[in-house]
Design a protein around this ligand. Sequence first.
Ligand code: ZN
Length: 334
Amino acid sequence: MRLLVTFAAALVAAVSVLAADPPPPRPQLLAPGTWLLPGTFPEGRLPDGNTVLFEGATGLVVMDTGRHAWHAQAILDFARSHDRRITDIVNSHWHLDHVSGNAPIRAAYPQAQVHTGLAMERMIREVWPDARERSEASIAAGRIPAAMVPDVRGDIVTREQPEALRPDFPVTRTETRRLDGVELASHFAPHAATETDVWLYAPASRIVAAGDLVTLPVPFLDTACVQGWHDALAQVEATPFVTLVPGHGAPMDRAQFGIYRKAFAAYTACAASSAPNARCAARWLEATAELRAPEPADDGRAREMAEEYVDLLRANDGNGARCLEPASRGGTRR
Ligand SMILES: [Zn+2]
């Protein structure tokens, strides 16, 4: 998820004390040879996406690398404690909560190959060159809550190490890739949560690693193209997965994914109607209560974010702020 200025402003009120760094995430076994390293989303901080670790023939394949140093360190600790090098990194998309660990991982394992979509290249070339200036200005103007300033400074560092982020193997179509002996259906989802999303289906374990096509407590719609996102969720549904690991939030079974997909459709339809944003948010919270349990304390933040994303969609003709439409649907919007 990108840093939304409105989101940051909303959090100013919510943060009364500086949040301490959370404990490092602990690996959870999902299936033989497959683990989840859960991303955290501490109050007042920016999130880390989930990481999925696949055991290969000689090393580890890592899907997404988090934002914070504590998350990257947990990935490195996992590799060391299992006496395995990291051979491949798959980044589901360019958002900094999914890629910032690339640099420390590649520093430890220079041979690790990066697989991701080409939107990463565009961000490096077109959007990030003046990002430091904008971030520093936001910090200087007091628009970033104090607890979040280290996160924003960390993001500046990540953007200035683009060589760790560039794909060695760009994902431009759906195909099966064998990475360190692990068979992975590498799905290309254009114009969804970002311009070029990647999600994985592992036939051996029937696990989907969905990236930010599936996120809790709300869908992070900052850079969304809503129609492409719907299409991608339909593609996910079409695989015979048993367990789905979202970009943020706990693993889901098929029934839970069905709840999410239906709630996503209802929420985006509500945003496209003239219903008050509070009603769209309330419906989202109600529909996804089971998925967000056992974190009901999150409801205030989830409600706030769900309302803000309705406003964002309405301000951008039904999409996120940086949706580049496919050429067949009218070319580049901005
Ligand atoms: Zn994310």
